[in-house]
Design a binder for this molecule. Sequence first.
Ligand SMILES: Nc1ncnc2c1ncn2[C@@H]1O[C@H](COP(=O)(O)OP(=O)(O)OP(=O)(O)O)[C@@H](O)[C@H]1O
Length: 334
Amino acid sequence: MSAVIEISGLRKTFHTVRQGRRVAVDGFDLLVEAGQIHGFLGPNGSGKTTTLRALLGLVRADAGTMSVLGAPSPERLADVSGRVGAIVESPQFFGNFTARKTLRLLALAGGVPTGRVDEVLEQVGLRDRGDDRVKGYSLGMKQRLAVASALLKDPELLILDEPANGLDPAGIREMRDLMRSLADAGVTVLLSSHILGEIQLICDHVTIVSHGRRVAHGRVDEVLAGFDQHEWRVRVAEPERATELLGRIGVSVAAHPDHLLVTGVDDAEVISRTLGEAGLWVRELVPLRPDLESVFLELTGDAGHPALPRQVDGAPPDDQVIDLDVRGTQEVQA
Ligand SMILES: Nc1ncnc2c1ncn2[C@@H]1O[C@H](COP(=O)(O)OP(=O)(O)OP(=O)(O)O)[C@@H](O)[C@H]1O
């Protein structure tokens, strides 16, 4: 699969009068391949926006190499800008304009046929509300309008910084459906977020950043599998006896008020057979799989320790390089 975004060894330090020197991105690597919905996750202040801004040529990096769709960034970003849509800074829309008028103006300004306007309104589910004034829109609808503006030029790559920020669960679900339909249409999507549960449902690949360093990356299921301790919640009528029986076959059991926590068993059958053969019938047997949130907290809890190597998840990617598009950041001033 070909690389759509590649970042290697990105470093960015800010110097401010009040806070002095602040390392925002600390030797960060990112690889996004064609067709992925790639989650770029990290706590507040971990360097996600700075990374995306550097990639799009909106801030100058101190070190590192970046590319978008094969073009080195920022040097050759202009070559691919027409193929990239990005919303990195929250777009401000003029509230008295309708979505249709807003998009029409953006299309005209960007040299995009205005016929695209209805298509993108349809794509983001705003076609029926396209003639309403933006000031009457919910936050979710404004986010979708922002995505629509980035879709105008029919990009191969869409970069969204915190698209789910401030959305209620229904808005997040809409955003998720939208991302999926874009991916189905062949668009590669990179979205940054600190809202983890939903990202797990939206993305197939993930890169987790902490203190400007990548701490995990890969397929979401593979990243999660790496943290799977093969735990099971077991409810049974005689927990003491069950603990003893499972202990005899070398299984670790912790007693909780209303259940047993069984660890280190790959196959549920081991538990049900051991107990069933002794006449103890299992009432509940539930695998406890790690979710992205628990993995994220574990990884970002200490990954920023200065003693750690700059990157802790293995070798940097060795595929092609890619860069982002400055013109992808679209703003309509009120
Ligand atoms: N223009 C700037 N001047 C000084 N410091 C900055 C600037 N931009 C970012 N920083 C600092 O760099 C660090 C990384 O910030 P960044 O906005 O990239 O993080 P983030 O992961 O996007 O966070 P959030 O989820 O809150 O948006 C933070 O400590 C931030 O204060």
